[in-house]
Design a protein around this ligand. Structure first.
Ligand SMILES: [Zn+2]
Length: 474
């Protein structure tokens, strides 16, 4: 018996046949979609069924953000005018070092609020810093409180001995390799499956910039991959992201190849990987990723903000790689709006190739839904509107001034709408946003105020106040 019935929506299923019901319905039973189709087939709602009239609205699978660092929500607009490497070293790493667990907690709330309010129902949260059991609790509890879905990837670090590079100091990590692996398993066992919303995975840096920071050892990559394979976990990183003439060049000279070449050499390129960015891949590296079954998450707004490159998506699609979409931490994007990411992705690739057919509205919607879901290992549960899948649904109101004559609705969603046009969000069968208002959470204003205060305090503690609060940059 359904408890929720969405009626008269323009339903874009993104299922295998890519069905669209221009006047359609969806029913939700507990946490799953129990039925959908054209309005001619709508069931009569039983007593107590909550009916959501989606007339004039577009109903899509909840958007899936394949790469985010939720603590970045405290530090938007702090990296303008900086390439990735100086931005990391001068701004982001010093700020990250300041964060208490209470800061992480409020950032997690803020990240969840922004995502629900822009139609995102699931994200991969690459939890950075030397996270321990307490900091992971601070990150995950707000996720459960807000009722949003996440793949939380516990980051692991291990200092190489001898150091990979003398570019950055090789400070010993707080835990040895065996303890780091054991802690990861303990945290996974504690949280995986919580609330039907939390999915656990691993994060191990393998990219040029992080190897030069001595953040990762070959042993950690090898043993982390073994752990991911043994426990059937997704494992994520940052891959081939950096300025061509800085970290990418230096890593190439040190190793004779690129980031993917390095994983291949270690025998560590497996289908558990969710490779993030993948900007500067050579043809042989694209072929290796395709052959491995690993997925890629592209973050074109983040890459443009740092001006470090445009991912070879055309070549990746031609090679058959599953490519999803993400924002990256909002400190290097300034927005978690996945609608904005879809528009930018289509435009930047089409103009780069002088081909307006390359990235259609349909293709970027696929990237932001089913492709990202598959990358996160959740393709059989979310990413499309199908009977039996989890009820993660976003309903966008295209009746506002800027979308009031949408003509072609799928195109309007990508090219005219904004994430904030979302009117209703259902996650795991539960309405979390209705009529544009959060459901079951009444502390939004308090979270926003505390986030502003905590961000300013952290910036001051890091000694960056004068660098960041600039009124007019000359
Ligand atoms: Zn990132």
């Amino acid at each position: 018996m359904a408890q929720l019935l969405i009626t008269h929506g323009y339903v874009v299923t993104v299922d295998a046949e890519r069905r669209v019901f221009p006047d359609g319905w969806i029913s939700v039973d507990e946490d799953r979609i129990s039925g959908l189709g054209p309005m001619e087939t709508v069931p009569v709602p039983g007593e107590g069924v909550q009916v959501i009239d989606a007339g004039g609205k577009v109903v899509i699978p909840g958007l899936v953000n394949g790469h985010n660092h939720h603590w970045g929500s405290l530090f938007k607009n702090t990296g303008e005018g900086l390439l990735l490497e100086p931005w990391l070293d001068k701004i982001t790493l010093p700020l990250g070092a300041q964060l208490s667990n209470d800061d992480l907690r409020i950032a997690a709330y803020l990240g969840a609020i922004e995502q629900i309010r822009t139609g995102t129902t699931c994200s991969l949260n690459h939890a950075v810093n030397n996270n321990d059991a307490d900091s992971m609790r601070a990150i995950i509890e707000p996720v459960l409180d807000m009722g949003i879905r996440q793949l939380v990837t516990k980051e692991m670090r291990n200092t190489p001995n001898p150091p990979f590079s003398d570019r950055h100091e090789a400070r010993p990590h707080v835990r040895g390799l065996d303890d780091e692996l054991a802690l990861a398993e303990e945290i996974i066992d504690t949280w995986d499956g919580s609330g039907g919303l939390v999915h656990m995975g691993l994060a191990i840096e393998t990219g040029a910039n992080w190897m030069l920071h001595n953040a990762t050892s070959d042993q950690l990559i090898e043993q982390g991959v073994a752990l991911a394979q043994r426990r059937n976990l997704k494992i994520t990183n940052h891959c081939s992201a950096g300025t061509p003439w800085l970290s990418i060049d230096e890593f190439g000279k040190a190793t004779g190849g690129g980031d993917v070449d390095y994983l291949v050499r270690l025998g560590a390129l497996v289908d558990n990987w969710v490779l993030i960015h993948a900007l500067h891949l050579k043809e042989r590296e694209i072929a290796a990723v395709a052959g491995s079954g690993a997925s890629v998450i592209s973050n074109p707004v983040s890459n443009a903000y740092s001006s470090d490159g445009i991912a070879p998506l055309k070549e990746m699609f031609e090679a058959g790689i599953n490519v999803g979409l993400g924002t990256d931490g909002t400190y290097v994007n300034c927005s978690a709006d996945m609608v904005e990411q879809m528009k930018f992705t289509a435009l930047i690739h089409n103009v780069t190739h002088l081909d307006p057919t390359l990235m259609s509205a349909e293709r970027v919607i696929e990237m932001a839904t089913i492709n990202s879901a598959r990358a996160l290992g959740l393709g059989d549960q979310i990413g499309s509107l199908e009977v039996g899948k989890k009820a993660d649904i976003a309903i966008f109101d295209l009746g506002k001034a800027h979308t009031s004559v949408p003509n072609r609705l799928v195109g309007a969603l990508v090219f005219s709408a904004h994430g904030t046009d979302v009117d209703a969000v259902i996650i795991n069968g539960e309405p979390r946003l209705l009529n544009g208002e959060l459901v079951g959470f009444d502390s939004e204003q308090e979270v926003l105020a505390e986030a502003r205060r905590r961000a300013a305090d952290a910036i001051e503690r890091a000694g960056l106040t004068d660098d960041i609060f600039v009124h007019w940059q000359k």
